[in-house]
Design a protein around this ligand. Structure first.
Ligand code: ADP
Length: 162
């Protein structure tokens, strides 16, 4: 089966990587699709996110990294993909994810969304928390892979935030 795992990945965290690793074992092809949405004011450009995700998944031959703009259901149709994977953390994710899944289903009844529960150690982990900690010089070991940490540090230092 072919599935798409969409998201902002700003930046990719160990939570995302855990879902990618587990989902790639259940699928023939897993497309990790970075939503290109400049209006969200991302810290990382789509290209930077693609570079990081490619590096992180270079040993996962059935994982493809790409980006998309617009509606996920259109991306799915163009890529002949009917399954969407989303990760679920605490209950707070549920309402939002449920709404998106049902909206996508309303637009295209062929699309099925499958939820994967996070690993307990990533329960409270989010890209925004990592960015917040990095901006104020805190420790976030174990939250992101090393290549993401290096890029975050560079970004924060270049901005001159202390
Ligand atoms: P979006 O802006 O689409 O929510 P994110 O990059 O924040 O994009 O998340 C993409 C997907 O990864 C979502 O399904 C989200 O629930 C999931 N996710 C994010 N952080 C974690 C985590 N720590 N553990 C498991 N899944 C996660």
């Amino acid at each position: 089966m072919k599935a798409v795992y969409p998201g902002s990945f700003d930046p990719p965290t160990n939570g995302h990587l855990d879902i990618i690793t587990r989902a790639s074992k259940l699928t023939d092809t897993l497309i990790v699709a970075v939503l290109n949405n400049p209006s969200k004011n991302p810290m990382f450009s789509t290209n930077e996110k693609l570079e990081m995700l490619k590096e992180l998944t270079k040993n996962m031959p059935n994982v493809k990294i790409t980006s998309f703009s617009g509606l996920l259901v259109d991306f799915c149709k163009q890529n002949d993909c009917k399954i969407v994977i989303r990760g679920l953390r605490a209950l707070t994710d549920f309402e939002y994810e449920f709404q998106i899944a049902l909206t996508n289903k309303t637009m295209d009844k062929e699309i099925e969304t499958l939820f994967m529960p996070t690993d307990t150690q990533n329960l409270w982990l989010s890209s925004s928390v990592v960015k917040e900690i990095a901006t104020f010089g805190g420790k976030y070991d174990g939250m992101v892979p090393k290549i993401v940490k290096d890029r975050l540090e560079k970004k924060v230092n270049n901005k001159g935030v202390c």
